[in-house]
Design a binder for this molecule. Structure first.
Ligand SMILES: [Zn+2]
Length: 113
C-alpha cells in the first residue's frame, strides 16, 4: 500500500483476521530455525516458545504486528481478531486441522480516500 498507493503508514488500519495462532502453530526445529533466520533482527523471545524437547510454538500474528510497527503503522491501528482457525474449526476452515478436506476462508476488503 505504501509503495503502490503512496499511503502514509500512519493512516493505515490493519485488521488481522482469523488465522492459526500460537496455541496451535506447532513446528519442529527445522521450521523454528527458518523463522529464527528470517526474523533474526526481531526479538523472538515471546514469539517462539519451546513446547517440549522437539517442538516449538510460533506466534505469527506477533511477527506480522512487529513488521507493521517497523513500517510505521500505529499500534492502535493494528487490530487482531484474536480468533484461531484451529480452535474454531467448526466455524471456519483450517488446513492444519482438516488437511485435504479443508475449504478456504475468504475476506473482502476495500480502500477509501
Ligand atoms: Zn488455537
Amino acid at each position: 500500500m505504501i509503495d503502490e498507493y503512496h499511503c502514509n503508514s500512519q493512516d493505515i488500519i490493519c485488521c488481522i483476521g482469523p488465522c492459526i495462532k500460537q496455541c496451535h502453530f506447532e513446528v519442529s526445529k527445522d521450521v523454528k530455525d527458518l523463522f529464527e533466520n528470517e526474523f533474526k533482527e526481531m526479538d523472538l523471545s515471546e514469539i517462539i516458545k519451546n513446547k517440549n524437547d522437539s517442538k516449538y510454538v510460533i506466534d505469527t500474528t506477533k511477527i506480522n504486528e512487529n513488521m507493521m510497527k517497523q513500517m510505521g503503522l500505529k499500534k492502535e491501528n493494528i487490530i487482531d481478531s484474536e480468533i484461531c482457525t484451529v480452535c474454531n474449526q467448526e466455524y471456519m476452515h483450517s488446513y492444519r486441522a482438516q488437511k485435504e478436506k479443508a475449504g478456504r476462508n475468504t475476506a473482502i476488503l476495500g480502500m477509501r480516500k
